[in-house]
Design a protein around this ligand. Structure first.
Ligand SMILES: Cc1ncc(COP(=O)(O)O)c(C=O)c1O
Length: 477
């Protein structure tokens, strides 16, 4: 039997906080009959968001083509859903049960290129687009391609989405942290990027890429065009590739803000040397089709010989799943005005995005009213990264601790806080240490995906909990 001591030490080292110990405890409490409000993960349909009707209609017809010839179908399905399903089956006559081209079905890659062209007003090449099992697999493919030697490292934001730290640990690569600027709406700071790469160099790390998440997870921030331009220039100066994680591109709520892609800014800057990997997904936005595992990876500034290696890598995994590919197609090619399904589609999309925007406000404003808690009202994505203050036990001075000890001390504090919060209120959030945070600060990440009434109740419960928890610490109970 395989023993724990036999297990790949790189796997043992990897952590993935959003599905960690606190979430396991939440499941236990739920089986004991306690109501849990899951705010730990951006999994919209698990929190009652309904799937878009058109998307599921097309998918079911494609999965069971016999329906297309059934007399009831014309009554049950709108004509454009039937037409779309027939078109998909014509373009992919082997059906959903057959492997596809390693990069994904060609007509879908073409549709993705047209989507990028419509979004950014510049051309995109279908032969630099790969369909992936969610963005996660795209990120892992890019990292597999880039990480060559054991001292190769990738700059990742702190706080970050733990896919990055976990994958770097898994691949035995070096994690190069750069802190996001909490006081400046979580933007990237050039001096901090320079500090980070210099520190890595001093430690013998060869930095090969920088990862940026925009809109941000866990920060909920939307980056400005100027900030993106700064990152591109920084990457050029240091010869880095860029991993632009843009899975929340449809989730922008802040007044006057809009999503700007790295690809667009690169195009405007005429940048031809920096390799860019951009990721998108069907899991987020207003689709929330996390379980269908669909997404794409677009690559810019990559030669044919290197791209051939990327295709080889994809072919080692044969292809991404076909339903995920089809959902990606429907994401980039939704019903158009005049189509029978358009009105319902637009209504469903609008309702989901309006609800998310309202919930971001309710959550952000409510938490900011709690003494000792602070968050930026989320401008985008599905999360708030909330800073909270707690008194230290008498005689403890974290500033006097060595960095590793301090990290452990602070991680123990936010973990304990989140665990008590769960036990006492049923609210399941993720400790900030799972994403990384500035020494001396404590955070937790919460989504604003639960239904509105749950968010309002959550704010009330958190207030009561936080006040009493801080009070107990102060009085040494
Ligand atoms: C920033 C970010 N990137 C990637 C992913 C993974 O998404 P997917 O479901 O497409 O693999 C997530 C999921 O939460 C995310 O938040």
């Amino acid at each position: 039997m395989v023993k724990l001591s036999d297990v790949n030490s790189k796997l043992m080292k990897a952590h993935y906080a959003v599905r960690g110990k606190i979430v396991i405890r939440a499941h236990e409490l739920e089986t004991q009959g306690k109501k849990v409000i899951y705010c730990n993960i951006g999994n919209p349909q698990a929190l009652k968001q309904r799937p878009l009707t058109f998307l599921r209609q097309v998918l079911s017809l494609v999965e069971y083509p016999a329906l297309l010839d059934a007399p009831e179908t014309a009554k049950l399905f709108p004509a454009d859903a039937v037409k779309r399903a027939r078109m998909i089956l014509e373009k992919n006559p082997t059906g959903t049960g057959a492997y596809t081209h390693s990069a994904g079905m060609p007509f879908i890659r073409k549709a993705v290129a047209e989507f990028i062209q419509r979004r950014d007003g510049m051309p995109a090449d279908p032969n630099r687009i790969l369909l992936t099992d969610g963005a996660s697999k795209g990120v892992q493919s890019a990292l597999t391609l880039l990480l060559n030697k054991p001292n190769d490292g990738v700059m990742i934001p702190i706080p970050q989405y733990p896919l990055y730290s976990a994958t770097l640990a898994l691949y035995g690569a070096q994690q190069v942290n750069y802190f996001l600027d909490e006081r400046n709406r979580w933007e990237l700071n050039e001096a901090e990027l320079e500090r980070s790469i210099e520190a890595a160099k001093k430690n013998g790390v060869n930095t090969v890429a920088i990862a940026v998440i925009n809109p941000g997870n866990p920060t909920g921030a939307v980056l400005s065009r100027k900030n993106i331009g700064m990152v591109i220039r920084f990457a050029r100066k240091h010869g880095l590739a860029i991993l632009a994680d843009e899975v929340y591109q449809e989730n922008v709520y802040g007044q006057g803000l809009e999503f700007t892609s790295f690809a667009k800014v690169m195009h405007e800057l005429g940048e031809k040397d920096v390799t860019l990997f951009s990721f998108h997904s069907v899991s987020k936005g207003f689709l929330g089709e996390c379980g269908h595992r669909g997404g794409y990876l677009e690559i810019r500034n990559m030669s044919d010989d290197v791209y051939a290696e990327m295709i080889k890598l994809q072919s080692i995994g044969l292809c991404s799943n076909t339903d995920g590919q089809i959902v990606t197609y429907l994401m980039v090619e939704p019903p158009k005005p005049g189509d029978e399904s358009y009105e319902l589609y637009a209504k469903e999309r609008g309702a989901i995005l309006d609800d998310l925007k309202a919930k971001a406000e309710i959550l952000g404003r409510g938490l900011n009213e709690i003494e000792g808690m602070h968050t930026h009202i989320p401008e985008g994505a599905m999360y708030a990264f909330v800073r909270f203050d707690l008194p230290h036990p008498k005689g403890t001075d974290p500033a006097a601790m060595p960095p590793d000890e301090r990290l452990k001390y602070e991680a123990a504090r936010d973990n304990k806080y989140c665990l008590r919060l769960l036990e006492e209120t049923g609210i399941c959030v993720v400790p900030g240490s799972g994403f990384g945070q500035q020494p001396g600060t404590l955070h937790f990440r919460t989504t604003f995906l639960p239904p509105r009434e749950d968010i309002t109740a959550l704010v009330e419960k958190m207030k009561k909990f936080h006040v009493s928890y801080a009070e107990k610490l102060k009085s040494g109970v």
